[in-house]
Design a protein around this ligand. Structure first.
Ligand code: SF4
Length: 316
């Protein structure tokens, strides 16, 4: 049984007296101990989908229909008090910029022990010991001394490790990692991804991993869903998506990856539509090299092809 299920999620933004739909019937399921990636260009709806799970939406965003089921509870209808208990403890967030989650005025030790005292029922020395242990688990050297340091005394990669340590300290069941390595250089990026994979294996933690980088998704994720203009356009195992992509957008994303055999980089022509754009047919139609007459008229539905799902008229 899935640990998290997003069912028919629809979301709109309200702006200047109008509602603009940003998510269209998003369906995803995350299994225990699995890493599910959401991949796509900036603004395609990946982050807003993840923030819907945490119920951390901007004031002008409104979920118009759908369910988010976690342990038999619909997270969209439980009380704010119960949601606060789940958020941060059972479902943790590793953001792109760790400074948005760390308080610059407090030491890493005081921030970690506060979380441990709140969620683990440990106090004083015991909480401090646990804080040191989790810092060691995320491979921060000299953990005892580093507990006394402030966030600005850590590098970007080390700050990201601290955030991951907070999730371990809470025994989080699900970690939402929102572009966790985007701000880091390539070597540190690889180390952080390795750490996330280690945690997935050791604690059977489930990950919702958000990325615009198909190469990373291929390396790290078990399953992946490709998003475009608020729609899931294809989902499957990450290996199947990479080696046997079906949707023209997935194919274009893979073609745009850097390749050792050529210095030429492919790009996807045009821009993704804005949330304010109206489209009757396929949202990818203006950029699609395989478009047909039907594509601008009728929006394709997500259909099952073997173990994959794809929404494209080429497959109907
Ligand atoms: Fe391209 Fe048509 Fe498929 Fe959309 S439905 S991706 S426009 S072929």
């Amino acid at each position: 049984m899935s640990i998290l299920e997003i069912k028919n999620l629809n979301l709109s933004f309200h702006s200047q007296d109008k509602d603009y739909q940003a998510l269209y019937n998003v369906n995803l399921s995350l299994e225990k101990g699995e890493m599910l990636a959401l991949v796509g260009e900036s603004g395609c709806g990946k982050t807003i989908t993840a923030m819907s799970v945490l119920r951390l939406l901007p004031p002008n965003a409104k979920i118009t229909s759908g369910e988010i089921i976690y342990k038999n509870n619909n997270l969209l209808t439980i009380s704010p008090k119960n949601m606060t208990k789940i958020r941060g403890k059972e479902i943790a967030l590793v953001p792109q910029d760790p400074m948005t989650s760390l308080n610059p005025l407090y030491t890493i030790g005081s921030q970690l022990t506060e979380i441990i005292e709140t969620h683990q029922n440990l106090r004083g020395e015991e909480a401090l010991k646990k804080a040191r242990e989790v810092l060691e688990q995320v491979k921060i050297p000299n953990a005892k001394e580093r507990l006394k340091a402030y966030p600005h005394e850590f590098s970007g990669g080390m700050r990201q490790r601290v955030i991951i340590a907070m999730a371990i300290a809470c025994n989080s069941e699900i970690i939402i990692a929102d572009e966790p390595t985007t701000a880091l250089d390539v070597t540190v990026q690889a180390q952080i991804m390795e750490l996330l994979k280690d945690i997935q294996k050791e604690y059977q933690t489930s990950f919702l991993f958000i990325s615009h980088d198909f190469g990373l998704v291929y390396e790290a994720a078990d399953k992946a869903a490709v998003m475009y203009a608020g729609h899931i356009v294809e989902k499957s195992t990450s290996k199947e998506l990479f080696y046997n992509p079906k949707h023209p957008y997935t194919k274009a994303l893979i073609k745009a990856l850097p390749n050792f055999n050529t210095t030429k980089l492919d790009s996807i022509e045009g821009q993704p539509p804005s949330v304010k754009d109206n489209f009757k047919g396929c949202p990818f139609e203006p950029r699609c090299k395989e478009r047909m007459d039907i594509c601008s008229e009728i929006r394709p539905q997500l259909i099952k092809i073997n173990d994959s799902y794809v929404s494209c008229h080429l497959w109907n």
